[in-house]
Design a protein around this ligand. Structure first.
Ligand SMILES: C[S@@+](CC[C@H](N)C(=O)[O-])C[C@H]1O[C@@H](n2cnc3c(N)ncnc32)[C@H](O)[C@@H]1O
Ligand code: SF4
Length: 454
C-alpha cells in the first residue's frame, strides 16, 4: 500500500466510525461554505432578478399535515383543528410577497407547491396564496406548475382554486389503494371511488396533468397488494403514476426484513411486475431498473418531461437553474444558490415575514461534490463530462486523490467519462461516499450530535 493509499484508508476508517455513530443514511442536504444572511424578501428579490440567464424554479412548502404517516420523510407538523397554523402560514407568505415590488424579475421556469400537504389550506386560502404568488412572479409560457395534495384533504372547490391559480399539474399522494397497507402506515384510507371522484374534480377544473404517488416497500404490503393498487391507479383518470421505493429514515426496519439487498430485490421484483401490468395497459414506463423511482405515463395524454420547464429538487448540472424556496422543506441542491427559510425553526411558528433566511453561495468544490454525491447516491452513476461542461476545472483537479482511492478499491468503476458504483459495493456506498463530503459539514454534524446528547 502506498503512503497515499495509507492516508486515504485511514481517513476512510475514521469516516466509517463517524458515519456509523451519526447514523447517516442520506447525503447532507447541501454543501455550502460561504454564507450571507439577508432579510428574506431581499434574498427572494436577489434570486428573482438575477440576470445570469439561468432559469428560476420556485418552491413553496406548506409544512402542515392532518396526520403523520409513519413512512414519511417530509413530515413537519400537524395542522390544528381551528386552522390557526394554516392561516398564519398563508398570512406570512402574503405579507412577505407584498413587500416585493412586482414590476421586475425574470420569468419562473417551473414551480412546485408541496409540503407537508398544501391542501390542508381552505379553498379561500389557496386562492389568496396563489394570488400573492401570481402578483409577484411571472411564469414562462408552458412552465410546469404543480400542486401537491393528499386525497383526504382535497375537495372540488380546492381543485377549482388550484387550477384557476395557474397550477395545472396536481399530484395526489395515495401511496396505496389497499386498506391494510394504508392503515399500517398510520394514514387515513381513501377508498378508490373517492379518489377517482377527486381526480375527476381536478380534470373538470382543467388540470392537464394528474399524478398519483404510490409507494412500494411499505409494511404489510404483499405482491398482490402492489398489483391491486397499481391496477386501481391505472383505471383512474390520472395521467402519470410515480412509484417510489420506500426510503427508510433509519435502516432498522429494512434490516429486519432480511437486509438491504433482499429488500431492494423484493421491491425491484414488485416494481417489475407492476411495470409489466402498466405496459399491458398500453402505458409507458420510465425509470430505474431497481425500482427506486419509476414513472408510468399514459401515452394518450400529452405529458412529457421538458428539461427546462420541469421543477427539480435535485442538483442537476445540466439544468443549471436557481431555486427560490419559500417555507420549510425548500432546501435543495440547486446550482450555486440555495435559499432556505430557517428550517431549524420550522416547528415554532410560521411568521415568515420577519425572518432572516440563509442565501448560500456554494463554492466550486462544494457544488461539484454535491453533484457527485447526489448523483451517485441516487443513480449509482454520474457523467463527469456533464459536470465539467459547467465548470472551469476538471473533477480530478478537485477530488483526484479521493477518486483514485475509490477506483483503486474497486468501489467505483470508470468507463469513458462515466463513474459508476460497482454493484458489489452499493450496500456500503453510504460509507465510501463520505470521502466526498466536506469535512467541516461532518464535523458540524458530529458536534451538534454531541450537544444533543448532553
Ligand atoms: C411530500 S410527500 C407527500 C405528499 C402528500 N402530502 C401525501 O399525503 O401524500 C411526496 C411523496 O413522497 C413520497 N415519500 C414520502 N416519504 C417517503 C419515503 N420515506 N420514501 C420514499 N418516498 C417517500 C410519497 O410517495 C409522497 O406522496
Ligand atoms: S405523506 Fe403527506 S400527509 Fe403523510 S406525513 Fe407525509 S406529507 Fe404529511
Amino acid at each position: 500500500m502506498s503512503a497515499h493509499d495509507h492516508v486515504m484508508a485511514h481517513r476512510l476508517g475514521d469516516l466509517r466510525e463517524l458515519t456509523k455513530s451519526l447514523n447517516l443514511h442520506t447525503p447532507p442536504a447541501y454543501f455550502a461554505s460561504a454564507k450571507t444572511m439577508l432579510p428574506y424578501e431581499e434574498a427572494l428579490v436577489l434570486l428573482r432578478d438575477d440576470d445570469s440567464g439561468r432559469p428560476l424554479s420556485l418552491y413553496l412548502g406548506i409544512p402542515l399535515c392532518v396526520e403523520h404517516c409513519n413512512f414519511c420523510m417530509y413530515f413537519y407538523g400537524l395542522a390544528d383543528r381551528a386552522g390557526s397554523k394554516a392561516e398564519a402560514c398563508v398570512a406570512g407568505i402574503e405579507a412577505l410577497l407584498r413587500k416585493i415590488d412586482s414590476t421586475a424579475g425574470r420569468p419562473v421556469a417551473g414551480s412546485y407547491i408541496g409540503g407537508g400537504t398544501p391542501t390542508v389550506l381552505t379553498a379561500a386560502q389557496i386562492e389568496r396564496l396563489l394570488t400573492a404568488v401570481n402578483d409577484v412572479f411571472v411564469f414562462e409560457p408552458g412552465a410546469q406548475r404543480t400542486f401537491e395534495m393528499s386525497p383526504g384533504t382535497m375537495s372540488e372547490d380546492k381543485a377549482r382554486a388550484i387550477v384557476a391559480g395557474g397550477y395545472h399539474r396536481v399530484s395526489f399522494g395515495v401511496q396505496s389503494f389497499v386498506h391494510a397497507v394504508v392503515k399500517a402506515a398510520g394514514r387515513t384510507f381513501t377508498p378508490a371511488d373517492e379518489a377517482r371522484a377527486l381526480i375527476r374534480y381536478c380534470r373538470n377544473a382543467g388540470a392537464t396533468e394528474i399524478n398519483i404517488d404510490l409507494m412500494v416497500g411499505l409494511a404489510e404490503e404483499t405482491d398482490e397488494s402492489v398489483q391491486d393498487s397499481v391496477a386501481q391507479a391505472l383505471t383512474s383518470e390520472c395521467t402519470t403514476i410515480s412509484v417510489y421505493r420506500y426510503r427508510p429514515a433509519r435502516g432498522s426496519e429494512v434490516r429486519s426484513r432480511g437486509g438491504i439487498d433482499r429488500y431492494v430485490a423484493t421491491c425491484a421484483a414488485r416494481v417489475a411486475r407492476l411495470a409489466d401490468l402498466a405496459t399491458r395497459h398500453g402505458w409507458e414506463v420510465e425509470g430505474r431498473a431497481d425500482g427506486e423511482h419509476v414513472r408510468l405515463i399514459d401515452p394518450s395524454t400529452s405529458v412529457r418531461r421538458s428539461e427546462r420547464n420541469y421543477y427539480e429538487t435535485r442538483f442537476r448540472p445540466q439544468l443549471g437553474n436557481s431555486l427560490a424556496g419559500i417555507g420549510s422543506g425548500a432546501r435543495s441542491f440547486q446550482r450555486d444558490h440555495r435559499f432556505v427559510y430557517c428550517a431549524h425553526k420550522s416547528r415554532e411558528g410560521f411568521d415568515l415575514a420577519g425572518r432572516l433566511v440563509e442565501v448560500q453561495d456554494c463554492d466550486l468544490p462544494s457544488r461539484v461534490a454535491a453533484a457527485l454525491v447526489n448523483e451517485l447516491f441516487r443513480e449509482w452513476t454520474v457523467d463527469l463530462a456533464a459536470i465539467e461542461q459547467d465548470v472551469d476545472v476538471t473533477v480530478r483537479d478537485l477530488f483526484g486523490a479521493e477518486l483514485a482511492f475509490l477506483l483503486g478499491e474497486g468501489v467505483l468503476v470508470e468507463e469513458d467519462s462515466w463513474l459508476t458504483v460497482a454493484p458489489d459495493h452499493r450496500t456500503d456506498w453510504m460509507y465510501y461516499e463520505k470521502l466526498l463530503y466536506p469535512s467541516d459539514w461532518l464535523a458540524r454534524r458530529s458536534a451538534s450530535r454531541h450537544l444533543r446528547a448532553r
